[in-house]
Design a binder for this molecule. Structure first.
Ligand SMILES: [Zn+2]
Length: 59
């Protein structure tokens, strides 16, 4: 008898909700920190508060 493998879970850094591994993340699971694009965008807003220079457009 084989049980279904449990999917790995992580806690989203932005909304602090657990989210499960998804196939689209199979190659970058270690780098996945947020449950959704929306949270990732939110985090970049938060991040720009911490690192104001990040939002500079100087190239
Ligand atoms: Zn989230």
């Amino acid at each position: 008898m084989h049980k279904k493998l449990k999917l790995p879970k992580k806690i989203c850094l932005v909304c602090h909700r657990p989210f499960e591994w998804r196939k689209k993340w199979s190659k970058c699971w270690d780098d996945v920190l947020y449950c959704s694009k929306r949270c990732r965008n939110n985090s970049s807003k938060l991040g720009s508060k911490i690192h104001p220079s990040f939002s500079k457009e100087s190239k």
